[in-house]
Structures are given as C-alpha cells and as structure tokens.
Ligand binder design. Sequence first.
Ligand code: 5AD
Ligand code: SF4
Length: 468
Amino acid sequence: MQRISQQQINQQWENIEQVRRMNEVYPEPPRAFCQTFGCQQNEADTERIAGMLKEMGYEPTEEPAEASVIVVNTCAVREHAEKRVLGIIGRYTHLKETNPELTICMCGCMVQQEHITEKIKKSYPRVDIVFGTHALWRFPELLLRRLGGSKRLFEIGGSDEGEIAEGLPVLRGKGCHAWLSIMYGCNNFCSYCIVPYVRGRERSRLPEVIEQEMRELVAEGYKDITLLGQNVNSYGKDLDEPIDFSDLLARLDAIPGDYRIRFMTSHPKDASAKLFRTMANGTHISHQLHLPFQSGSDEILKRMNRKYDSAQYRALIAEAREAMPDVVLSSDIIVGFPGETEEDFLQTLRMVEDVEYDLLYTFLYSKRTGTPAATMPDSATQEEKQERFDRLLKTQERIIERRQNAYVGKTVRVLIDGTGKQPSDYPMAGRTDGGLLVLCRGNNLNIGDFVEINIEKASLRALFGTQV
Ligand code: 5AD
Ligand code: SF4
C-alpha cells in the first residue's frame, strides 16, 4: 500500500489553482454536475470530486444541460447499474451538440475493468476523461490536461494494491449527515463480487487522521456520522500500531458533543462480542447493525467464500441482541447464486423468518466477468430465481409489518434530518437511533434536532408520530 506523499498532494493543489485561474475569465462561474451510482463509498468519493471541482471554481448544479463538466461516478457490483450508466452517458454525450465545450468524465468501479474501458474507447468517443478508483486523487491534473488540449485521457492505475490520499477537499451534501471513510478496498474475494478487483486491497486510514476529521465534523455541526468501509471489522489489520475497529469506535465515541455514529459494512467473519460490547457501552454509537449473511445455505456460503456458516451467523445475531436488545438489524441477501437449489433457498427464507430483520437489501445474482462464480455451473432458470426473489420479499413484508407495528404507542429518540417528500400531516423526516425512518410533527422542529417522538402509526416504509 502506498500513502500518497504531501508533495504529490501539493501538486494537485497547484493543478486546482491553475484550473481556477482558467475559470476566472468567465463572467459567471462555470457549473459542474456530478452523478453517483452504487454504494455509500461511491457517495463519499463523489463528495471528494465535488470538493475538488468547487476549489477549481465550478459551482455545483443539478442540471446536466447547464454544466461545463459532468462527472459520472459508476458502480460495477451488478450488471443492471452498468447498463444504466452506459445509457446515461450516451444521453450526456448528445449535450455536446449544443455545448461543444462540455467535458464528460467517467470514474469509479465500473471503469476500473478493462473490458469496460475498451468499450468506452471504441463506442463512446465523446467521453473525455476516464479515471478509475485509484486515480481519483489525481482528478485535478487530468482535468487540467484535458482543458489544456490533451487528447482523451484514460487513467486506470493498478488495482491489485491501493493507496491512501489525504488532504484533498470534500464538498459534503446539505443537512446534518456526513460520510467518514475509515478504510478502502476489500481482501475477502467473495466469489460473486467484483469489488476486490476494482477497489484493491484493504487499507486503513490512520486513527489520528480519522479522529481529527471526526472532531471537525462534530464542530461543524454534523449530527449523524457514518463510518465507511467495505468491511469495517477488519479495520487496522494493516496498520503498525495495534488497533481494531472496536478500539477505533471507542476512541471516536469519546469525542464530546451531541451526535451519533453509525458504520457499515460489517462482515460476519470478523464481527465480535467485543464490537457488540463497545456498541452497547457507547454514548454516541447507534444500535444499528448491518450484517449481511447473503445466503442461509451452508453449501452456498462455502461456494460464496464467505468463511462462516449459518450456525455461526445465528450465534452472532444472538450475541448482538443480548448486548443490545433494541438493536436494529439489516442484511444483504443474494438470490439465485449459481447452483442454488430450492432447498438452499428455503434455508435463506428460514434465516429471514428466524432473525426477523428490520430491513433487507435483496439482490438477484448478477454474473460479474472475472469472478470465480462467473464460471460456476447454474441450472435454475431466470423465472425460478425471480419467483424465489418475490417469495422472499413477501415474507419480509410480513415481518416488517409486524416489527413496525410494535413501535406504535412507544416513544423513540429521533434525529430530524429533512422534510417529508410531499405535504402531509407529518411534515418532517428523521431517523431513530437505530436508523428507522420516522415522519413526524411538532412545534418548531428543525433539521439537526434530537427529539422524542411518540409513534402513532406505522407503514412498511416509515413510522409516524408527534413530538412529546
Ligand atoms: N450479484 C448480486 N448481488 C451482489 N452483491 C455483490 N455482488 C453481487 C453480485 N454479483 C451484493 C451483496 C453485497 C451487496 C453490496 O451487493 O449482497 O453485500
Ligand atoms: Fe464484495 Fe465480499 Fe468484499 Fe463485501 S466483503 S465488498 S461482498 S468481496
């Protein structure tokens, strides 16, 4: 792993300054439009790109047609997202017909794959800059070169290692929520997953750097801070000093202030009783655990290379619930992994029924070129897989209905973080400490307030209540 030197970062600041001076000739600041596909890590990366663009003199816009620079941050986890990205890129390239000055950039996980960059080279000649996850910190240099007349740029970088770049700007979204990356990459090589190939090996940011950023976030008034990593439970394994994720969590929790900490994602193979104890004893740590089990079948788990079996997973859930009876649990599940039989699927269904999750993220298996699962034999038809998927959703709906209704009549602490989507009797939106959506009403509720809400009714999607 490579920590990018201060000198290299300073060079990027010089590039930023040069682009800023080029943009000063315009009577109005030019606009930049950023679009994100995929996970929270990508959201956080886009905030870094937006931060660099802002420093380079671009004002953010929500309207691609008025932008001078468009950046699409892509996802490679499933084929569906890749197809959507290519469709959208096709549409943006047409904007060049009325705006020949437009610079179109693609970045992120999808373009870190060779067959995709080849396709863009051949079939998308109007895309100006393509940069992979490992070249993100060099974006100012790439944009400067292209604006200075360079030919199309493809900067992908080696993906088997990885790097950490500190000290570049971030432009966070509005509101009281902030992402805080604590590590990058993944070493797990689950057999279906493309992430380790496109994001490189696990590398942890230094604890003192994370702590400093966290202190700044709290001082700036952020109330809801989510620590991010592909597998936060292996935080610190690559550092010289002995520190694990629980230690980091406790260290951050000691920062004084009125805020809460959440984190994702946890891999069950490294989640521990120590983690649950730290969560239970914390002052600011949300009792929310996203612990993906992917499949309830031991045979499938083995072929997925997940390194735990269903009994170990169940034991972990029991430990988490013992430490935190109010814990809000969620999971990712893949339906239709190669070779999944009806019996395997029933084990998944049984796990869902037994654990009773508050939230599930369910996915149909998507074949990813270059992963071991892509060559595993598969006999189930797409219709069979879809039918299993629908059955899973129905089962989960019944569970959520029961769990959501159990909150009616109870009082919960809610962080107000926005307004409802449409005018209603419950105009404000917030989240419980466990992360459940609450639509609420009260006297003078403001974004960033922690308030007690009495829950009056529930739907599958949200709880509804009034300030106590
Ligand atoms: N097909 C379907 N779902 C996938 N995921 C990762 N790779 C694939 C794939 N090839 C899901 C996993 C993971 C989540 C982020 O995406 O459930 O936990
Ligand atoms: Fe993919 Fe598994 Fe790593 Fe998660 S832990 S990013 S599913 S390889």
